[in-house]
Each structure stands twice: as structure tokens, then as C-alpha cells.
Write a protein of this length. Structure first.
Length: 451
């Protein structure tokens, strides 16, 4: 504990995060593709899964070493003292020399093959898990990107609502000045204007939060300077071209999570074969060649030996039997995990498919809602200005339009998110039959930056 009054030095500030120059476009902005590229470079999840895959690769190489002989170079120094002829002759002897020892497993009835298969399947599973980690990172970036663009679109909608509320306030003020409206109309429109301003302020603050979430998703600090490109394109909602059964087939074939689990189950059965081989006979060749020098000026002596060792396990305290039972039970549990995950994949694709269809229909419906609400607002404003409509009708129409715009933003974001999640569930990131066109975020008449 530092003494009283001592000042603890402040930790050094971390260096500012730098974005590789090759990922920036000429305007210094980041597209979704480049955001994903950056995330794959910096996210620790992909680095961890890649290192695990390379570790499994090295493990496979190590298991294949069992097909080669082992060669050791030994050196010995021996000091011996003793007697012979009933103690009549005493001797002392020092011997030393090198020896080359070679051992080679000739036959083990499947043990080496099972070990290599187990390591090979471990590598396959690690590679699939790396693929799954890559897709998870990409999906996280896509989701954060869509939410960021959605908040941008929501801010635009609330600024439109703010402008309309200001127009209503100006109209009420003009009618009051002309003596055809009461001060109550002015106060009500002023209240609506303040509420619209509050909504715009909240959206502006939320943009900073979602931008920090996007920076975190790509592996940068939340305060990193991140300038995201939001290209504007027409939104074209198209139905999914493939039926749900075809997408389920794609998922069962391409899902890295399911493929990795299958590899783990196959690895477990290879381990069963390896454990079973431990109870079978094996044949080993052993050879040794060396040279021995004796102290006292004696000449050296060459020594050679070669032999075959047949090992037949007879009894190991029942550990072999229980080891085989345990390995077989583990393999059966791995098979059950494959079947459980298979059912989950089918359900996720099934639910994701209909979520995407529902989201697409909501986008179409909410488009009609926004259009009719905008027309209703125009009519209500015109009637109020002409003195034939009530302020209540105008405020209700404005509130309905603002709500419809917010629903449009949410519906379009939901559609893009459902597509991204469906792509992840099918193992393709974007389903080939349902890939959205470039651009994509919700606004009232256009879309911004889509994956």
C-alpha cells in the first residue's frame, strides 16, 4: 500500500486506434464490406479460432509421426566395482560410449490409424469452428451497421416531424395573430413542437451510442473515429426466391456450426477405435548399435542388438473395458448433440424464413401507411390553415405520420436483420437466392448503405 500522500502515477493512455489505409475509400469512409474486413483483422474471436485450427493442424502432424521410426542417440558412462572367484579377484571398471537406438511399431491393429483419424477430424472441426467464428463476427458487424443506419434514418424521420410541428406552430401563431384562433392552439402546437424536438435530440444521442457499438463490433474502441459510408439507393423488397425446404437443405449442408459438431462426433468414434486398439496385440521392432570403451587403455568393443517385441495385453484391472465403455458413451453423446443441433438448425431456418417473409410484408404495408398518413397530414394542415379544420385533427394527423415513419424505419431494419440472420443460419452469410441489392437502411423514401 503506498504511503499516505503519495501520488500514484496515472496509467499511460493507449495509443489511438488506427484504421488501415487500404480499407478507407478516397473520402475516408468505411463501407460495410470494409468494416467486415477490418473486424476479421482485429476481432480476437477470429484470432483465437484461427490459432486453435493451427494447433489442431500441428496435432495432426504429431499423430502422423507414429508411422515413422523413433531414433535416439544415447551416451552412457558406467563405473563398476566387484569381485569374482569367491572374492579372490577384485576389479574396478569404467566403461563409456555412444549408442544409436531405433524403435519402429510394425503392427498395432488399427491404433495408429485411429489416432491419425481422430487428429484429422479434430482439424476439420477446428476449421469449421473458425468458419463459424468468421460468420459470427461478420453477422455482428452487419447487425451493428444496420442498427446504426436505422438510427440515422430515424433521426431523419424525427427531423421531418420537427419541421412539420414547427409548420403547425407557425400556422397556429398566424391564426392567433389574425384573431381566428385562441392562445390554446398556440400552446398545444408549441407543446407538440417541444415533443418533436425532444425526439430528435434523443435520436442524435442514440446515434453516438450505436456508432460506439459498431466500432466495438469491428474490434475498435468505442471512441474510435469511425466514419461510415451510407450510400442512398432505392429499396427493392423482393420475395425469397427459394422455398424454405431448399434453404433448410442448404443449411444442413453448409452450416459451419453443424459441420463442426459432426466432425466432433466422428472424432469421438475414432477415439473409440483408438481405445479399443490399446487392448489388442502390437508388434514392435527394436534395434541398437553402439561402441563401448573401457578404462585403463582397453580397446573398444562394438555392440549390436535387434529384436521383435510382441505385446499382448491380458489384464489391466478392468481399466481397458471401462475405458472402451466411456469412449463409446462419449461418442453416443456426440451423436445426440449432432441430432439436437440439426433440429435447432432446421427450426432456426424455418423461423428465420418466415420472419423474413413477414418483415418484407410489413415493409410493404408500412409504406402504404406512411403514404396515407402523409396525405392525411397535408389535408389536415390545409384545412386548419383555411379555418375549416380543427387543431386536434392536425395534431392527430401529425402524430400518426410520425409514428408511421418510425414504424417504417423499424420494419426496414427488421427486414435487413432477418435476412442477415437467415444467411447466418444457412451458413452462407447471405442466402444466394435472397441477397439484397447494394444499399440498405431505412428512410422514408430511400435506403442507405446495405450489406
Amino acid at each position: 500500500m503506498p504511503p499516505a500522500g503519495a501520488r500514484v502515477p496515472a496509467p499511460e493512455a493507449p495509443p489511438p486506434a488506427e484504421i488501415p489505409a487500404d480499407l478507407l475509400d478516397p473520402g475516408g469512409k468505411l463501407t460495410l464490406t470494409r468494416l467486415i474486413d477490418l473486424a476479421l483483422r482485429t476481432n480476437p474471436a477470429t484470432r483465437e479460432s484461427w490459432a486453435a485450427a493451427r494447433s489442431a493442424e500441428a496435432g495432426l502432424g504429431g499423430e502422423r509421426g507414429a508411422y515413422y521410426p523413433t531414433v535416439d542417440l544415447q551416451a552412457t558412462v558406467t563405473r563398476a566395482e566387484g569381485s569374482a572367484a569367491g572374492g579372490k579377484i577384485a576389479y574396478e571398471q569404467t566403461s563409456y560410449g555412444p549408442a544409436l537406438v531405433v524403435e519402429y511399431l510394425l503392427l498395432d491393429l488399427g491404433g495408429r490409424r485411429a489416432s491419425v483419424d481422430e487428429a484429422r477430424l479434430a482439424l476439420i472441426g477446428a476449421n469449421w469452428r473458425h468458419n463459424a467464428a468468421v460468420q459470427d463476427v461478420a453477422l455482428g458487424v452487419v447487425e451493428a451497421y444496420i442498427r446504426y443506419l436505422s438510427i440515422e434514418a430515424l433521426l431523419g424521420a424525427r427531423r421531418d416531424a420537427l419541421g412539420e410541428a414547427r409548420t403547425a406552430f407557425d400556422a397556429a401563431t398566424a391564426r392567433h395573430d389574425a384573431g381566428v384562433a385562441t392562445i390554446a392552439d398556440v400552446l398545444q402546437t408549441k407543446t407538440a413542437l417541444a415533443q418533436a424536438q425532444l425526439g430528435a435530440d434523443e435520436a442524435e444521442g442514440e446515434i453516438l451510442v450505436t456508432r460506439g457499438a459498431l466500432a466495438t463490433a469491428v474490434g475498435l474502441p468505442a471512441n474510435a473515429p469511425l466514419d461510415v459510408e451510407t450510400p442512398v439507393n432505392d429499396l427493392d423488397i423482393e420475395p425469397l426466391a427459394q422455398e424454405v425446404d431448399r434453404l433448410i437443405e442448404e443449411a444442413l449442408e453448409a452450416s459451419p456450426e453443424l459441420a463442426g459438431t459432426r466432425a466432433a462426433a466422428a472424432q469421438a468414434w475414432s477415439h473409440v477405435a483408438k481405445v479399443e486398439s490399446d487392448g489388442r496385440p502390437s508388434l514392435v521392432f527394436s534395434g541398437e548399435a553402439g561402441r563401448i570403451w573401457y578404462g585403463g587403455g582397453d580397446p573398444f568393443q562394438n555392440a549390436y542388438s535387434a529384436g521383435l517385441l510382441l505385446r499382448v495385453p491380458l489384464f489391466r484391472g478392468f481399466s481397458q473395458r471401462y475405458g472402451e465403455a466411456r469412449a463409446r458413451a462419449d461418442a453416443q453423446a456426440a451423436d445426440a448433440r449432432v441430432e439436437s443441433l440439426r433440429q435447432q438448425v432446421v427450426y432456426r431456418v424455418w423461423a428465420g424464413y418466415y420472419d423474413a417473409r413477414t418483415a418484407a410484408q410489413k415493409v410493404r404495408t408500412v409504406g402504404t401507411l406512411v403514404e396515407s398518413a402523409a396525405q392525411s397530414n397535408e389535408v389536415a394542415l390545409g384545412r386548419y390553415r383555411a379555418g375549416v379544420g380543427s387543431l386536434v385533427d392536425l395534431l392527430v394527423a401529425q402524430a400518426a405520420l410520425s409514428s408511421a415513419r418510425a414504424e417504417q424505419v423499424a420494419a426496414r431494419a427488421e427486414w435487413f436483420l432477418s435476412l442477415a440472420r437467415l444467411a447466418r443460419d444457412t451458413g452462407t452469410l447471405w442466402p444466394r437466392s435472397a441477397a439484397p441489392r447494394p444499399a440498405a437502411s431505412p428512410t422514408d423514401g430511400t435506403t442507405r448503405g446495405a450489406p
